[in-house]
Design a protein around this ligand. Structure first.
Ligand code: GRF
Length: 246
C-alpha cells in the first residue's frame, strides 16, 4: 500500500450509480486470447460493470478470444490490418466501424496494434488500455522478463486512458503482485494475468458508474482531480473512496 492511495471500488457507491444511469456502451478490441474480454463479459453480466458490450473487434481473424464474443451473443467483427495499405487506412476503417456502434468507451484488451495519433484524438478520453506492469515502469513489450531482469519485488498491471504517448496516458488503477523466488516470465505472467481479470472490471466499472473520467492528462474521481492512481486491494484501513484525491 502506498501512502495516500485508496480504493474507489467500493460496491456501495458503484451500485448506487447503477440504479440511476443507463448501461454504458462498450466496444472491446482484441488481438489474441481474450481472457480480459471474458472477464469483462462476466462482469457486465453479473452487474459489477454497468455496461453492455455492443461490439468486439479483432485485427486478427484467428484470435481465440472471438469465441467468447460468439458464445455470449455479442456482435463481433474482424478488421484485418494486413488488408490495409497503411496504419492510417486501418485506423480509419476501425474508427468508422466503432462509430457505427456508438460506444461510450473503447476498451483495448490485448489489442496488439500501435494506434495513430489521429485515431487516438478521434476517441480522446473514451479509450482505455490494460498494460502488464506498474506504469510508468516497463512500458512496451516483454514486461515480465524485464521485471525479473530488473530484480523488482513487486510487479503488476495498470489500466490507463489512452493518449498519443505509448503506454503513457493517465493511470486509473493498478494492481500489485509479488515476484516470487524462482519465477519465470511465464509464472509471473500467469500471476499478473489473474490479477488483471479483477483489475479491468474494477476500472471499467468505475468509469461506467460515472465516478471516473478523463480530460486529457487529468483524471477526475468523484468530481476531484486524481493525484495518483488508485490501487486494487489496498490495506483495509485506507478504503476511503478515491482517497488521495482530496
Ligand atoms: C494482457 O496481459 C494485457 O495486459 C496485455 O495483453 C494481454 C492480453 O491478454 N495488454 P488477453 O488477450 O486478454 O488474454
Amino acid at each position: 500500500m502506498m501512502p495516500g492511495r485508496g480504493d474507489a471500488t467500493g460496491a456501495g457507491s458503484a451500485q448506487d450509480h447503477r440504479k440511476q444511469e443507463p448501461a454504458r456502451r462498450l466496444a472491446v478490441l482484441i488481438s489474441g486470447r481474450g481472457s480480459n474480454l471474458k472477464a469483462l463479459i462476466d462482469a457486465c453480466a453479473d452487474g459489477r460493470v454497468n455496461g453492455r458490450i455492443v461490439l468486439v473487434i479483432s485485427n486478427r481473424p484467428q484470435a481465440p478470444g472471438l469465441a467468447y464474443a460468439r458464445d455470449a451473443g455479442i456482435p463481433h467483427a474482424v478488421i484485418n490490418h494486413r488488408q490495409y495499405a497503411d496504419r492510417e487506412a486501418f485506423d480509419r476503417a476501425l474508427g468508422d466501424t466503432l462509430d457505427e456502434h456508438q460506444p461510450d468507451l473503447i476498451v483495448l484488451a490485448g489489442f496488439m496494434r500501435v494506434l495513430t495519433p489521429g485515431f487516438v484524438a478521434r476517441f480522446a478520453d473514451r479509450m482505455v488500455n490494460i498494460h502488464p506492469s506498474l506504469l510508468p515502469d516497463f512500458r512496451g513489450l516483454d514486461t515480465h522478463a524485464r521485471a525479473l531482469a530488473a530484480g523488482v519485488e513487486h510487479h503488476g498491471a495498470s489500466v490507463h486512458f489512452v493518449t498519443a504517448e505509448l503506454d503513457g496516458g493517465p493511470v486509473i488503477i493498478q494492481v500489485r503482485v509479488p515476484v516470487r523466488p524462482g519465477d519465470s516470465p511465464e509464472t509471473l505472467a500467469a500471476r499478473v494475468q489473474a490479477a488483471e481479470h479483477r483489475l479491468y472490471p474494477a476500472a471499467v466499472g468505475l468509469i461506467c458508474s460515472g465516478r471516473i473520467h478523463a480530460s486529457g492528462d487529468t483524471l477526475w474521481c468523484d468530481g476531484k482531480p486524481m493525484q495518483q492512481p488508485l490501487l486494487l486491494d489496498p490495506a483495509p484501513e485506507s478504503t476511503q473512496p478515491c482517497a488521495g484525491t482530496t
